[in-house]
Ligand binder design. Structure first.
Ligand code: DX5
Ligand code: ZN
Length: 219
């Protein structure tokens, strides 16, 4: 099996939104590495979630690194606002911009980890020119917009393709998989070369989230 860092990012999309602070603390206690925060605008995707204020308020409830995944059009308008709100890792979609370079540079210049997210139908090569500016890449395992969807099997081949390119170029870019992660799909996802698994519905519904995170990492 390929050597990976094996981290978990708990997706608060699956939390009870009326208890966001408690839910973030529950995930911190369970041992998640990062807190994955899905920002949706009802335009890039049909769903709408939350914005800066939610994140800056939530920041007071836990010490976890905030892994902020923007699913919005024109993400460049809001990068600085999300950084001010406390993003420790900040990603936007390749499909939402024509040239991601200035934005990835801006994120890094603020001391925040920069990421590009890529949807299932976008050819993986589309991001290859920008990999040296990415601290991480989010490969979607489902069509963005909603939690609790089934993993798209073709994702594994896409992860392997990206792993090969990153290794060939000697980069340290992390591969994060978002959508459809559970104990059944995780072994194949890690085997394909992923470093970080986002977990929403499977983790939040687990009877013992701490055990679930350990099991996921042992996959
Ligand atoms: C989907 C979101 C994911 C979602 C994953 O657009 O980006 O972060 O929360 O949820 P699960 O783990 O339930 O597939
Ligand atoms: Zn996400």
């Amino acid at each position: 099996m390929m050597k990976t860092n094996k981290m978990v990012s708990a997706s608060i999309l699956s939390a009870d939104f009326s208890k966001m602070g408690e839910e973030a603390q529950r995930m911190e206690k369970a041992g998640t590495d990062w807190l994955h925060c899905d920002v949706m605008d009802g335009s890039f995707v049909t769903n709408i979630t939350f914005g800066f204020k939610m994140l800056s308020d939530l920041k007071k409830w836990c010490k976890l690194p905030f892994d902020v995944h923007l699913m919005i059009v024109k993400p460049e308008r809001y990068l600085e606002r999300f950084i001010e709100a406390g993003a420790d890792l900040l990603s936007f979609h390749i499909e939402a911009v024509s040239d991601p370079r200035p934005y990835l540079n801006l994120i890094r210049s603020k001391g925040v980890k920069s990421g590009l997210a890529i949807s299932p139908d976008t050819p993986m090569e589309k991001i290859f020119d920008y990999l040296d500016l990415c601290d991480f890449v989010i490969v979607m395992g489902v069509y963005p917009g909603y939690g609790a969807q089934g993993y798209i099997p073709a994702t594994s081949g896409r992860i392997a393709q990206l792993r090969k390119e990153i290794d060939k170029r000697g980069l340290s870019t992390l591969i994060e998989i978002d959508g459809g992660v559970n104990l059944k799909t995780a072994p194949e996802i890690f085997e394909s070369g992923a470093d970080v698994l986002v977990s929403g519905s499977a983790l939040f519904n687990a009877a013992e989230p701490d055990k679930f995170i350990k099991e996921l990492k042992n996959c």
